[in-house]
Design a protein around this ligand. Structure first.
Ligand code: HMG
Ligand code: MG
Length: 300
C-alpha cells in the first residue's frame, strides 16, 4: 500500500470504560477525566468515556455524570458512553451525551449474568431508547458480547451472533461491534464469524472488539481487516475486562494496534508516541503492569 492509497482504520478507544469498569481500586474522577483528555490529545477520534449502568453493579463508574461533565470536549472527537436502559439514557442526556452504546450478548447465559435479562428482553429494552432518541441526533452503537465463546455456556453458534447483530441493526444502531468478551477466538474463526455477520449487516456497519486473554487479539484484528472491517475497538495499555466474565483480561492494547496498523500502511490519526506516554502514565496511576507490549518496547 502506498502513501496515496493509505486507508483509514477508525479506532474506538474503550479504555476509560471497558478498562476502568474492571479495576478493583476506586479511581479518582480527576484521573478518569485526565485519561480521556490525554487520549484525545494523542489523536483518538472516538473515545468510550464511561458507562451509565447501575452503580450497584459497576460502582467503579458510579461517577459517570461527573466524568462526562468535566471532560473538555474537543471538536472532532466523539465521546460515546455505555447505556443499558432508559434510566441510564436520561442520566446520559442530562449531561449532554451525543452518542450512546447499548449492549447485549449472543449467549443467553452471559446475558442473564451481565444484565439480568434474556437476549430478547434486552433488545426489547432498547426499543424505547431508540424511540426516545428520535429526532435528537444522538447516535446509537450496539455491542454483541460473547461472539466467539461464552464463559458459562462455552461454544456460541454463529447463527446466534448473526441474529442478534441483525436485530440491533434493525433497531437503528448505526454500527455493531462484535465482542470476543473472553478472548477465546482465533483468526480464522474470527474472520469466518465476521463474514457470516457481514452477509446480513453491511461490513461498513461492523466493528470488532477483541479481549486479549489468550494473546489472539492482534492476529484476530488483522484477519478481520483483511476481510474488510474498518473499525476496531482497543484499550490503552490493554486495560479492561468484564466483571461478569471471570478471567477475561484486557482489550487489545491500542498502542500495539496502532503500531501494527501504521506498519501496514494504514492511517489512524493517532500519534503513537503520545499514546505510549498515555499508556505508561495510566499504568503508573493504577499501579498495574502496562498491558501494551509497545509500552515497554517503544523508543521514539
Ligand atoms: P437489574 O439489576 O436487572 O435491576 O438492572 P433493576 O433494573 O431493578 O435495577 C437495580 C437497581 O439499579 C435499582 O436501584 C435501579 O434504580 C438501579 P435500587 O432500587 O436497588 O436502589 N439502576 C440504575 N441506576 C443508575 N443508572 C442506571 C440504572 N439501571 C438500574 N442505568 C441493569 C439491569 C442492566 C441496569 C444492570 O444489571 C446493570 O447495570 N448491569 C451492568 C452490566 C455491565 O455494565 N457490564 C459490563 C459492561 S458490558 C461489557 O463489558 C462487554 C463489552 O465490552 C463488549 C465485550 O467485551 O464483549 C461491551
Ligand atoms: Mg469488552
Amino acid at each position: 500500500m502506498t502513501e496515496t492509497t493509505a486507508e483509514t482504520i477508525r479506532i474506538v478507544e474503550v479504555g476509560p470504560r471497558d478498562g476502568l469498569q474492571n479495576e478493583t481500586a476506586i479511581i479518582p474522577t480527576a484521573t478518569k477525566v485526565s485519561l480521556i483528555e490525554r487520549l484525545a490529545d494523542a489523536g483518538h477520534c472516538c473515545i468510550e468515556a464511561t458507562s451509565f449502568v447501575s452503580p450497584k453493579w459497576i460502582p467503579q463508574l458510579a461517577d459517570a455524570s461527573e466524568v462526562f461533565s468535566a471532560i473538555e470536549k474537543r471538536p472532532g472527537v466523539r465521546y460515546q458512553v455505555l447505556v443499558p436502559n432508559l434510566q441510564g439514557l436520561e442520566r446520559a442526556l442530562a449531561v449532554g451525551v451525543r452518542e450512546i452504546a447499548v449492549f447485549t450478548a449472543a449467549s443467553e447465559a452471559f446475558s442473564q449474568h451481565n444484565i439480568h435479562a434474556s437476549i430478547d428482553q434486552s433488545i426489547e429494552r432498547f426499543r424505547p431508547l431508540l424511540d426516545r432518541l428520535q429526532g435528537t441526533g444522538v447516535n446509537v452503537r450496539g455491542y454483541v458480547s460473547t461472539v466467539l465463546g461464552c464463559p458459562y455456556q462455552g461454544a456460541v453458534p454463529v447463527a446466534d451472533v448473526v441474529r442478534v447483530a441483525s436485530a440491533l441493526q434493525a433497531l437503528g444502531c448505526y454500527e455493531i461491534s462484535l465482542g470476543d468478551t473472553i478472548g477465546v477466538g482465533t483468526p480464522r474463526q474470527a474472520r469466518a464469524l465476521l463474514c457470516a455477520v457481514a452477509e446480513v449487516v453491511p461490513m461498513a456497519q461492523l466493528a470488532v472488539h477483541f479481549h486479549d486473554t489468550r494473546g489472539q487479539a492482534l492476529a484476530n484484528v488483522y484477519a478481520c481487516i483483511e476481510a474488510g472491517v474498518r473499525v476496531v475497538d482497543a484499550s490503552v495499555a490493554g486495560l479492561g475486562g468484564c466483571p461478569y466474565a471471570a478471567g477475561a483480561s484486557g482489550n487489545l492494547a491500542s498502542e500495539d494496534l496502532v503500531y501494527m496498523l501504521h506498519g501496514c500502511g494504514y492511517r489512524t490519526g493517532v500519534d503513537l508516541d503520545r499514546l505510549v506516554q498515555v499508556g505508561r502514565w495510566i499504568s503508573t496511576e493504577l499501579h498495574r503492569e502496562n498491558g501494551a507490549k509497545l509500552g515497554r518496547a517503544w523508543k521514539p
